[in-house]
Design a protein around this ligand. Structure first.
Ligand SMILES: *Cc1c(COP(=O)(O)O)cnc(C)c1O
Length: 227
């Protein structure tokens, strides 16, 4: 067994253990392999081990990889910050966007989605830790943004995404995850149909799954530390 295959197996075991501990079905949690800064050869190795969904943060780094791996049926997720001048390429080459926090970007992504492709799956990023440096909409502004984004043609609003401050105490991180789960519930009670909670990374996937995550984004624990 290759090294990446071993790492993937370990991560799947952690997901399963955390799900069982939380009384949840492990099948309800998807693994997104975050391949940012890693070469296409490592993505191919993970694909050979059965992994199909991959996340990238940097467009210039991702586009050549996506081209090189076009022979594989990979589901690409854009998990980086959005910028208006990058929306066309993102909408053309990705199946999912996780960091949506502005209606302006949503409209551009929808308008620029090539005909013939399925709607672009989107998660709205919510800033629950109050860090000024971080992307994401404030919780108070979320309901209105969701009401507007769900109407944008060629997008499918699937859920919410968040990232706690990794240096904050675990209790604070857990509060952020539970907060996101509660926000999804409130939106669904108000009529939305959000099936995705994108939360949990290498260091906190157990906490996130305990709070209801349906998609964990794992880089380091699959591909090793980044430079
Ligand atoms: C890099 C990154 C990840 C993966 O983080 P690891 O700690 O390496 O697992 C997940 N989500 C986002 C948004 C990232 O930028």
């Amino acid at each position: 067994m290759t090294k990446i295959a071993d790492k993937l197996k370990q991560v799947h075991q952690r997901i399963e253990k955390a799900a069982v501990a939380a009384g949840r079905d492990p099948q309800d949690i998807r693994l997104l392999a975050v391949s940012k800064t890693k070469p296409a050869s490592m993505v191919r190795e993970a694909w050979d081990a059965g992994q199909r969904a991959f996340g990238e943060n940097y467009l210039q780094d991702a586009l050549p990889k996506i081209a090189e791996l076009a022979d594989l049926d990979i589901e690409w997720h854009y998990i980086g910050r959005l910028q208006s001048n990058k929306t066309r390429e993102i909408s053309s080459h990705f199946a999912w966007v996780h960091g949506l926090d502005k209606l302006k970007h949503a409209r551009r992504l929808g308008e620029q989605r090539p005909t013939g492709l399925a709607p672009l799956n989107c998660c709205i990023q919510v800033n629950l830790s109050g860090e000024a440096s971080k992307g994401g909409v404030a919780p108070e502004a979320l309901p209105q943004l969701a009401d507007e984004i769900v109407k944008v043609p060629n997008l499918a609003l699937r859920g919410l995404m968040t990232m706690p401050d990794p240096h904050s105490p675990r209790e604070a991180q857990s509060r952020v995850f539970r907060g996101l789960a509660r926000l999804r519930q409130e939106l669904n009670t108000a009529g939305h149909k959000l099936d995705t909670l994108s939360m949990g990374m290498s260091g906190d996937l157990e906490l996130a799954i305990g709070a209801g995550s349906t998609l964990v984004r794992i880089g380091t624990d699959i591909f090793g530390a980044r430079d």
